[in-house]
Each structure stands twice: as C-alpha cells, then as structure tokens.
Write a protein that binds this ligand. Structure first.
Ligand SMILES: [Zn+2]
Length: 193
C-alpha cells in the first residue's frame, strides 16, 4: 500500500537487482508530474532549485525517521521538531462544505505551493504514527532495494516490497549461498580424507 509519504521516500530508487544503480526521481519531470497528480498536490512544476533542495532535505529526514521506527527506536526529539516545523510552515483554516447533501469539514491551506505540499507529506507520515500504524512500516528486506511500504497484511508478515521480484531474488540468493557453503564443506572434507 502506498501513502503520500512512502511514495515520496521511494523517489530515491535503488536497483533491486543489485547493480548498484540508483536514480533520484525528484529530478525527473515525468515522475514529479505523476506524483503531484496522484496525490492532488497543488504545487507548481518545474521545481525551482531551492524547492528541490528542500524536498531532498525532507526526504532525508523522513527516511531517517522511518528507519528509526522500523528498527524499533523512539524518534529523536530533533527529528520530531523538524517534522513539526515542516508542518507548521503551511497553516490551514477549517471550512465546513456541503456536497451531495452531506457536510464535510475541510482543511483549507493558506498557501498552495511546495511548502504546503511538503507540509502534507510530513503530515502523512505523522498520521501513520498517530494512528498507531508505526508497526506496519516496512523497508524491503532486499538490502539492494530499500523500498519503503506499509504492510497491510493481517498478520504483518510482509517482508519484501514485491514477493515475485525481491522475494524470489532473495530466495535464489539464499539458496545459492547455502549451496556454496555446503559445496565448500564437501570439498574441505574431501581434502582431509
Ligand atoms: Zn524490494
């Protein structure tokens, strides 16, 4: 399951096959178009250099916080403060609106730009913790992949971003490693006898 903040963190793409290649998709216009459209972010493109810079800083912060949560650590107070600052930079007002015969309370941003989009991204992460879903945050167990996702399985057992891709790849690697070490053991025995 993708959330705004996991989609954002995964803008730093690592080749899960282990080639060592990576790609910063915050620098790819097509990725940014898709990202802003998916999450209805009212933020102008192309990015200005200072906006790209701020987004990368926020990504580093959220990445560190997600890693801490996954490792079972408490969030560092400085990180918490920075997250709160990112949300505080874009104030919102409340507005009661009526559509299709129903009332809805909406949070209306006072600004519509990347500062507000970043507050939304930070708030999406904050909400995951506030709703008690911190135990569902995962970083793919394939060390080359590091894809961040929310485990929505009932028994919270999902270890890979994709069982067919990363899951199979790791299974094959574990099998080969086991075979190699047993082959070594075999040949070692052979020499001694
Ligand atoms: Zn993966």
């Amino acid at each position: 399951m993708d959330l705004l903040w996991t989609d954002f963190l995964n803008s730093m793409w690592h080749d899960w096959r282990g080639s060592g290649r990576s790609e910063d998709r915050l620098e790819k216009p097509a990725w940014l178009e898709r990202f802003t459209a998916t999450w209805n972010l009212n933020a102008p493109l192309p990015l200005q250099p200072e906006e790209l810079d701020a987004l990368k800083k926020l990504r580093t912060l959220l990445g560190r916080m997600a890693e801490n949560v996954v490792a079972g650590f408490l969030l560092h107070p400085d990180d918490l403060q920075q997250l709160n600052q990112a949300m505080a930079r874009s104030p919102v007002t409340r507005q009661l609106v009526r559509t299709d015969g129903k009332y809805r309370l909406e949070l209306v941003p006072l600004r519509q730009d990347w500062v507000h989009a970043m507050a939304d991204i930070a708030a999406s992460f904050a909400l995951t913790l506030a709703e008690g879903d911190d135990g569902r945050i995962r970083i793919c167990d394939n060390p080359h992949c590091r894809w961040v996702f929310i485990d929505s399985t009932r028994n919270r057992s999902k270890r890979f971003c994709d069982d067919k891709l990363c899951g199979n790849l790791m299974k094959v690697r574990r099998f080969r490693a086991r075979k190699q070490s047993s082959d070594h053991a075999e040949s070692g025995r052979g020499q001694k006898e």
